[in-house]
Ligand binder design. Structure first.
Ligand SMILES: *Cc1c(COP(=O)(O)O)cnc(C)c1O
Length: 230
């Protein structure tokens, strides 16, 4: 289990098992390999082993790696906290930004996307447990933010993301995943024009099976792909 290919193969089979247990098709679940702190050769190794989606947390680190990996056939995801003054770099690199949590940020993303003729796909990050230390909008703020974002021509909202409280027992996290799914269902029922609510970005190495049971479509997994971060 000490190569990326071996870890990935074990992980893929766990994802399939979790999908089957939830009566879902494994094809509905995309693995976003969270590669923060791992250098470009590790990403190349993961891609050679079948990874198609890469998630990065820090803009400067991502810029260096993106430049080193020019043209690599992957979809790039931004999964870290995004400062408004870094929006222009994010828009140039990332296919999907998972962590939009303010109107000010989405407005700036729209402005930067317009400049490069892009429609930027985003998810709204929700702080489901109302933790002080976490980014994300409160659950009741998600729909109002989405309604405002829907009016921006260069933004496409695709769903919701959450980083739930940490527990060492994944079953304790599951209610927070369920809460995000219910919020998604309520917002989808509003049928806001120009937005999609198909994506639920939730689940990491320690809890992705619970997230898949609750409807995750994007699981962000680092350790189980690349090994422990030092
Ligand atoms: C690092 C990170 C992950 C992956 O964490 P692992 O526990 O290594 O799988 C997922 N989501 C976010 C936002 C992260 O920062």
């Amino acid at each position: 289990m000490n190569t990326i290919a071996a870890r990935l193969s074990a992980l893929t089979s766990r994802i399939r098992t979790a999908a089957a247990a939830a009566d879902r098709s494994a094809g509905e679940i995309r693995l976003v390999a969270a590669s923060k702190t791992f250098p470009p050769p590790a990403i190349q190794e993961a891609v050679a082993a079948g990874v198609s989606d890469i998630g990065e947390n820090y803009i400067q680190e991502a810029r260096d790696k993106y430049a080193a990996l020019q043209g690599i056939p992957v979809t790039w995801h931004f999964i870290g906290h995004l400062q408004t003054n870094k929006a222009k770099y994010a828009v140039r690199m990332f296919d999907l930004i998972h962590t939009v949590d303010s109107y000010r940020l989405v407005l700036e993303l729209d402005r930067c996307a317009q400049k490069i003729n892009k429609v930027q796909a985003v998810l709204i990050q929700v702080n489901v447990a109302g933790e002080e230390s976490k980014s994300g909008v409160a659950p009741e703020e998600a729909l109002p933010l989405i309604r405002r974002a829907a009016a921006l021509e260069h933004i496409a909202v695709r769903g919701l993301m959450t980083l739930p409280p940490y527990f060492n027992a994944p079953q304790k996290v599951r209610p927070f995943f369920a809460a995000l799914r219910r919020l998604r269902d309520r917002i989808a029922a509003e049928q806001v024009e120009n937005i999609g609510m198909q994506e639920l970005s939730m689940g990491m190495t320690g809890d992705f099976e619970a997230a898949i049971a609750e409807g995750a479509t994007l699981v962000r997994i680092g350790t189980a792909v690349f090994g422990e971060r030092s």
